[in-house]
Design a protein around this ligand. Structure first.
Ligand SMILES: Nc1ncnc2c1ncn2[C@@H]1O[C@H](COP(=O)(O)OP(=O)(O)OP(=O)(O)O)[C@@H](O)[C@H]1O
Length: 460
């Protein structure tokens, strides 16, 4: 359990006035056991299936409970299968994700649906500033996200934040809490992936003295500690099945029971949770409770991967660089062309490495760290650099470890090299064990869930 750091300084520079493009606003027609239906798809994302909690319920036993998701993007309507039992077909072709053209036929189980594009959606509301709490972003996709976050911050319903690793989900949770009426109360974070199954219950709900061996004193759990405020359950997809009913009960009854106690305690908390996994597919696979999913995802948030808002790279670089240091325009231009598979976190790590090692070293490190190479033409250009801004400190010398690393700020130096060493350690460990994580974790003497986290962090 951690309590969040206080909010930092937020820049409110307004230099770029983006316009959101309108997405198509289609309708969906189909016939099932309940007859003919025609539904307008007004939301950016619509869940289709036979479960009663989804937005478009299809009454057909061959349709999975959470079967597919329709997304309205600027370039059209997309459908994504959620690991359904009988698959999703577009014009007779089995797809995992596909664009659906106007008038196309989509088949879920034995039910055929027709997608008709008719008219455009109202463009989404855009946040007027380039930051929202600790988050920065100037692109329409981020400003639309900020406007949505500002709205849901006022509500009290549970929020499920989804997005790839490193997209900023934890920061989104922090931003929601800071913009909510609960801002003056605690914001408590629980990382469900970092705790072994035996400890997670007591971490969440607390325990009584003597509840189990080693419980020498009573302990308040995270949910109780967040009373009046917000509890953020990070990596909720890793919550063991055995603990899920207990969390469901807490959400439904606003009470918790400490491990080893018999009576329940009233709590007043807002639940935010996040995951990089698709919980809908986990529900279909029987690895996550459907009722808990619907309880947690009353207000869903999807954080876009960095490759979908690359125009934010310059602003993010500025945010991550030490005060008084600026990146050269060539470097920034190169950075906006990378795929950033590790998203904003990878960009932040790059900037920190560049400030210690020099941009050239950091770029070549990124090339081997699954971030992909820059566009070929830029590779022949001289190495871009970090330069001091007027009145700022001396430039950090580019190039090799020997000359530059020891001149840097100690904290950053330490983080960068620990990060690099940790990555190399895990890479070699996995190679020695043919990527068998259980064996590797045993040899390393760490918990399996912790090793998974390191693998994800370093994109190994
Ligand atoms: N829009 C943003 N503005 C400023 N910083 C950001 C933004 N998005 C992400 N970051 C920074 O990127 C890093 C990774 O973000 P965060 O830890 O919130 O990602 P995450 O999606 O929760 O990752 P994971 O799935 O691995 O838990 C953090 O240092 C965060 O501060």
């Amino acid at each position: 359990m951690r309590t969040a750091v206080p909010p930092g300084e937020h820049t409110k520079v307004q230099t770029f006035e983006p316009r959101a493009k309108a997405a198509p606003c289609p309708h969906l027609m189909w016939r099932d056991l309940r007859g003919h239906h025609k539904v307008k798809l007004a939301l950016r994302s619509t869940l289709l299936g036979s479960a009663s909690g989804v937005s478009v319920v299809i009454t057909d036993t061959t349709v999975s409970r959470l079967h597919a998701e329709i997304e309205l993007r600027e370039d059209g309507v997309w459908i994504r299968d959620l690991g359904s039992r009988n698959g999703t077909f577009v014009e007779g072709v089995l797809v995992s994700s596909a664009r659906v053209a106007d008038g196309s036929k989509v088949k879920l189980g034995v039910t055929e649906l027709t997608v008709v594009y008719d008219g455009e959606q109202q463009p989404p509301e855009l946040w007027p500033e380039e930051s929202f709490g600790p988050l920065v972003g100037r692109t329409p996709v981020m400003r639309a996200l900020f406007a949505y976050l500002a709205n849901i911050a006022k509500a009290d319903s549970p929020v499920l934040i989804q997005g790839e690793t490193g997209t900023g989900k934890e920061l989104v949770a922090q931003a929601i809490h800071e913009a909510s009426p609960r801002v003056d109360r605690p914001f408590v974070i629980v990382d469900c992936a970092a705790l072994p199954e035996s400890l997670i219950e007591s971490e969440l709900f607390g325990h009584a003295k003597g509840a189990f061996t080693g419980a020498t004193t009573a302990r308040t759990g995270a949910i109780e500690a967040a009373d009046g405020g917000t509890v953020f359950l990070d990596e909720i997809g890793d919550l063991p099945m055995s603990v899920q009913p207990r969390l469901l009960r807490a959400l439904e009854s606003s009470t918790i029971r400490r491990v080893g106690e018999t009576s329940r305690r009233k709590v007043n908390v807002r639940f935010l949770s996040a995951t990089h996994r698709d919980i809908r597919t986990m529900v279909n696979a029987g690895a996550f409770r459907e009722d808990l999913y619907f309880r947690l995802a009353v207000l869903p948030v999807t954080v876009p991967p960095l490759r979908e808002h690359l125009d934010d790279v310059p602003l993010l670089v500025e945010r991550f660089l030490p005060r008084g240091v600026a990146a050269s325009p060539e470097l920034v231009s190169q950075l906006t062309k990378r795929p950033w598979l590790g998203n904003v976190r990878a960009l932040r790590n790059f900037v920190h490495r560049a400030a210690v090692m020099g941009a050239k070293e950091a770029l070549s490190f990124s090339d081997t760290a699954a971030e992909g190479r820059p566009i070929p033409s830029s590779r022949t250009a001289p190495p871009p650099s970090l330069v001091p801004t007027a009145g700022g400190p001396a430039p950090i010398p580019p190039s090799d470890f020997e000359s530059s690393a020891f001149d840097a700020d100690f904290k950053r130096f330490r983080e960068t090299w620990i990060d690099a060493g940790e990555r190399e350690y895990v890479r070699r460990l996995l190679a020695r064990h043919d990527r068998n994580v259980s064996n590797a974790a045993r040899e390393a003497g760490v918990d399996r869930t912790y090793l998974y986290r390191l693998i994800r962090k370093h994109l190994l």
